[in-house]
Design a protein around this ligand. Structure first.
Ligand code: 13P
Ligand code: SF4
Length: 331
């Protein structure tokens, strides 16, 4: 099957892109793999007219927005559960709520884990997109605007950025009106169901079991977990960090299990890399795509009957591009 995939991709000059959370078999056959920032940069800069994107919807959309002439297909239309927690109407409702609190002027930042309509709304308000790997840089830029920041949809990333910068944060619709009015960063109440699984108890368990263990987490984890960690980073930052450690150094990692299991091979017969949870932190939608799905979409492209193409309304895509381009410029 892998050979057939390779041949068909070559025949149609297709770039196969895979997020790090994809199954091993998908990462193995992909031409490029990476975190969400790297994938949108690499895929949009490539010369291939067609991209088969193995990941979740907002990632495929980002490639289409950044390079509208490319045709982008997804073997499975998989959605990030966090991205589904906000759409343009929820965005409008949040703006109404902020106004009812007397907050008329704010600078919006949307995490890349959001759909094109939400990115377009953020662009309308002069805002920008961020990913987990460039969030600090984008936050530095946002702080220079001297406005309250409205961060969406991930409340955890928003709270963690506030903590990192010594700023006050509050969650809209959860915290009191006073807290929201006093906050520097107002967060939308979205979250990642996978990264919510990691807890301080998990960290205590591993630290008790292995004295010198290091704890590494993704910034989508809750703020209590991030505060306790030795290292916090995006998926590619986690990979670089863990792979730079001494092979005997024990490390427990709080992110999706496909990525964690691929980080390091056992050393002297001993496994030193652990998933920071007693349950399986699996992103179900990321895990859906199989080799069979990739072959099926390539065969459909070959027959001239493709499906699952990412198509966006031109006006929405053009606005969303403004917020994404600004991010690229600042990255
Ligand atoms: P990265 O930007 O680190 O790839 O994260 C994307 C994501 O969805 C993590 O859950
Ligand atoms: Fe979305 Fe969480 Fe899956 Fe990342 S791990 S794609 S944030 S549901």
């Amino acid at each position: 099957m892998k050979e057939k995939i390779k041949t068909l991709a070559q025949k149609h000059n297709v770039l196969i892109a895979a997020h790090f959370y994809q199954r091993d078999e998908i990462v193995e056959i992909a031409h490029i793999s990476g975190d969400s920032l790297e994938l949108s940069q690499k895929a949009s800069h490539s010369n291939n007219p067609i991209v088969v994107f193995c990941g979740v919807g907002f990632m495929g959309q980002s490639v289409k927005i950044l390079s509208p002439k490319k045709r982008v297909f997804m073997p499975k239309i998989a959605c990030c559960s966090m991205a589904r927690m906000i759409d343009d109407s929820y965005f409008d409702e949040s703006v109404k709520k902020l106004k009812s609190y007397g907050i008329d002027d704010f600078f919006p930042i949307t995490y890349i884990n959001s759909n094109a309509e939400v990115k377009a709304k953020v662009a309308d308000f002069g805002g920008v997109v961020c990913t987990s790997s460039n969030a600090s840089k984008i936050m530095d830029y946002a702080l220079k605007q001297n406005k309250k920041i409205f961060f969406l949809p991930d409340r955890c990333l928003g709270e963690n950025l506030a903590g990192q910068n010594g700023l006050k944060s509050a969650v809209l619709g959860v915290d009191s009106k006073e807290d929201v009015k006093n906050a520097d960063i107002i967060c939308y109440n979205g979250f990642c169901s996978v990264h919510q699984l990691f807890s301080v108890q998990d960290i205590e368990f591993f630290r008790e079991k292995y004295k010198d263990i290091l704890i590494v987490v993704h910034p989508e984890c809750p703020k209590e977990v991030v505060k306790e960690a030795d290292f916090v980073g995006s998926t590619s930052q986690i990979i670089k960090y863990v792979q730079s450690l001494e092979p005997a150094q024990k490390v427990a990692v709080g992110t999706e299990f496909n990525l964690v299991n691929r980080l390091r091979k056992p050393y002297n017969g001993e496994q030193n890399t652990f998933v920071l949870s007693s349950t399986k932190p699996e992103c179900p939608t990321m895990n859906e795509t199989t080799l069979q799905d990739v072959l099926k979409i390539l065969e459909a492209i070959d027959k001239g009957e493709p499906y699952n193409e990412i198509l966006l309304e031109e006006k929405i895509a053009a606005k969303a591009k403004k917020a994404l381009d600004k991010m690229m410029e600042l990255s």
